[in-house]
Design a protein around this ligand. Sequence first.
Ligand SMILES: [Zn+2]
Length: 292
Amino acid sequence: MEFMAEFPDDATCLDWLWRNRYSEDGLHAHCPKCDREQAFERYNTSQQRQSWTCTSCGLHIHPTAGTIFHKSSTSLHLWFYAMYLMTSTRCGISAKQLERELGVTYKTAYRMGQLIRKRLMTQTAEPFKGGTPIEIDETYVGGRHRRGYHRGRPSADSHKQPVLGMVQRAGRVCAMTVDNAKAATLLPNIQERILPASTCYTDEWVGYRHLGMSGYDHHRVKHAQRVYVSGDVHTNTIEGFWSLVKRGLDGVFHGVSKRHLQGYLNEYAWRYNQRHEARGRFQELLLRSTIA
Ligand SMILES: [Zn+2]
């Protein structure tokens, strides 16, 4: 198996962190105490997490310090494997499956999944680059009555959680939970991520009515008149993403609470945004773990 060949044990994982966070050649690193480049050697103790030691002053550096792995009693090897599994499946992996694959308790598997989603798969705060049109749409997740996911907004007291999404054609997606789908709620979220004068496609929901006035080149698809595509003006890309999310949430993650929904949105957006890098997805997530 690909993963086991690259990371056969805990020591390999720790060495990967050491080299990617502190020491390019695995032997030298900047020592903050000596304030210069020094030779380091692996410090062998009975501790679960080993460290490297400055051969000049004796300072210890723990490669996991500040990462999500640091205080965990789960082995680094299992953390890496969980990240591998979460990036290599198409629809995601449930805590139950993780529990089985990793041989940890359900509680541990669940917690690991949440930390990976919420801390490592976070969505960038950077706005979309100008140029290609951006589709904007909102959808509703959860609740007991599934009305088929087509148009039609649920009433305000519904148990469904509104989610706002934006996708740039041939680019990336971002998706976030919002309190409601009113214009006053949607607009600031849109302005935070889409540069002025960008071309935006939405349906005719009133929540988008201020986009033109706010300086966007705004075009609407008239779904009410059963027009779904009018030339380039359509929202099929973001709707395709929604159906991916909903299929996954129904099939893999049965009943996701509102509190955790953003984590799952992160996970789906992460996979979507890395869709052209099958091999790179796991590497990308590993690298993300070194800074979060
Ligand atoms: Zn030193």
